[in-house]
Design a protein around this ligand. Structure first.
Ligand code: HEC
Length: 157
């Protein structure tokens, strides 16, 4: 219980901090001020998330076997909270690869705690879904396979 209170107050102050930063100096264009507006996140992190993926990924042609492995992992570790079309505990999966970059999805899967606390998009989702997605103990390779499965879902194959 005490831990929950500490965690909540931490999240709340992180949220206030992020809001405060967003309001000041929005019209000044230099790099230092835009970095401080975004709690020190780089342009890459703002677009592609915070986590182990720190540079652009090369996306090869769609790979059906990889997608199948991703689907198996998804069904065992993710489907309890995510449905394809509808909101469940977390957001729906359909359309994710159109809204998010593969790097963003990988960082979200591999580092959901920091995403919820430190990334503006993660903070928004945390408010909307009222929880922080727990890390599901997947490797980087498994996360990549899951992203391939999401590609399959959005290709409708
Ligand atoms: C216990 C419930 C739960 C489980 C299990 C879970 N998630 Fe999530 N997921 C969430 C919630 C809640 C969010 C919204 C972000 C937040 O509040 O942290 C989310 C967000 C996401 C997002 C970001 C969606 C967007 O719109 O950008 C992705 C991608 C994602 N989850 C993938 C996965 C994958 C892949 C797995 C399995 C390895 C998984 N999740 C397992 C609850 C869960």
């Amino acid at each position: 219980m005490r831990l929950a209170v500490i965690l909540l107050s931490f999240l709340f102050s992180a949220f206030l901090f992020a809001c405060g930063n967003g309001e000041e100096g929005s019209s000044s264009g230099n790099a230092a001020s835009s970095a401080s507006q975004n709690a020190g996140l780089s342009d890459f992190e703002l677009e592609h998330g915070i986590g182990p993926i720190t540079s652009p990924m090369t996306m090869a042609d769609f790979d059906i076997d990889m997608a199948q492995r991703g689907q198996d992992i998804f069904e065992s570790k993710c489907a309890a909270c995510h449905q394809m079309e509808n909101r469940l505990v977390g957001p729906p999966i359909v359309g994710l690869t159109e809204r998010r970059s593969p790097e963003f999805l990988m960082n979200m899967i591999l580092n959901p705690g920091d995403m919820a606390r430190k990334h503006p998009e993660g903070q928004k989702m945390m408010q909307e879904y009222m929880m922080v997605m727990p890390f599901q103990n997947v490797s980087e390779e498994e996360a990549r396979e899951i992203v391939e499965y999401f590609r399959k879902v959005d290709k409708g194959q």
